[in-house]
Design a protein around this ligand. Structure first.
Ligand SMILES: [Zn+2]
Length: 236
């Protein structure tokens, strides 16, 4: 059976007032969930003549992200993906195709009650071993004018962000009621484990729902019963 390919990623970009029309992507850190290797793609590796030209990088990022069955980000729905889409459209490279996307920011914001909801706050609250690295704002400008040390600092920061993102995703996953279903019904919608217990169903609704708990990742899900389940549970 095809194992879902889940890509966790984070973009770093230069911008004026968060606009992707007045900005460019510096780099993307990414990894496939369940694999060890962390990959870094950067505009500085594309040997572009114009320091503001991120076209080759955008093309590469599109190719990578479109191999995913699901994307995982922290605030990528409002930030990273629209930024990339803007750059892709700008370069006439075509929009990123629709891909299932779980944004851990919304889990932190709506399923927890932290004083602040940044990835850094989740990291410190849960005491992850992986840590985000602070980068002085001036380094972003230095990187633009070709300062190699500043560029390296941003790449290291991006790499660490992916590791912390992975920690946050795995730690908060049990809280995610809505999560793209990557494998069929009968498997956990989050981790794909086949073992689900604690079936509770109620029949007052015209469309009875079922709540289940995964014994592997500890996550819950609530959904409408499939036709087969309706027959199995309600006609028993
Ligand atoms: Zn699970």
């Amino acid at each position: 059976m095809h194992k879902p390919r889940i890509i966790l990623f984070d973009l770093e970009f230069m911008h004026l007032n968060w606009g992707a029309d007045l900005g460019l992507i510096y780099c993307m850190g990414w990894k496939v969930l369940g694999e060890k290797q962390i990959h870094l793609e950067s505009v500085w590796d594309t040997k572009q003549r114009d320091p503001l030209d991120d076209k080759k990088l955008c093309k590469r990022l599109k190719e990578i992200l479109e191999t995913a069955d699901m994307l995982v980000t922290f605030n990528g729905i409002k930030c990273d993906v629209p930024f990339l889409q803007t750059r892709l459209i700008h370069h006439r490279l075509g929009a990123l195709k629709p891909i299932a996307h779980k944004d851990v920011y919304y889990t932190a914001k709506f399923k927890l009650k932290l004083s602040r909801n940044r990835l850094y706050d989740v990291q410190t609250f849960l005491g992850f071993k992986n840590k985000k690295t602070p980068v002085d704002l001036l380094q972003w400008l230095k990187a633009l004018i070709g300062n190699k040390a500043a560029q390296q600092e941003i790449l290291t920061h991006c790499r660490q962000d992916v590791l912390v993102l992975e920690d946050a995703y795995l730690e908060l996953r049990p809280l995610m009621l809505s999560h793209p279903r990557l494998e069929g019904y009968g498997a956990c919608n989050k981790c794909g484990a086949g073992l689900i217990k604690n079936k509770i169903y109620y029949t007052a609704d015209k469309y009875p729902k079922i709540t289940m708990k995964c014994v592997h990742c500890g996550g819950y899900e609530t959904r409408t019963l499939t036709k087969k389940e309706r027959e199995e549970f309600l006609n028993a």
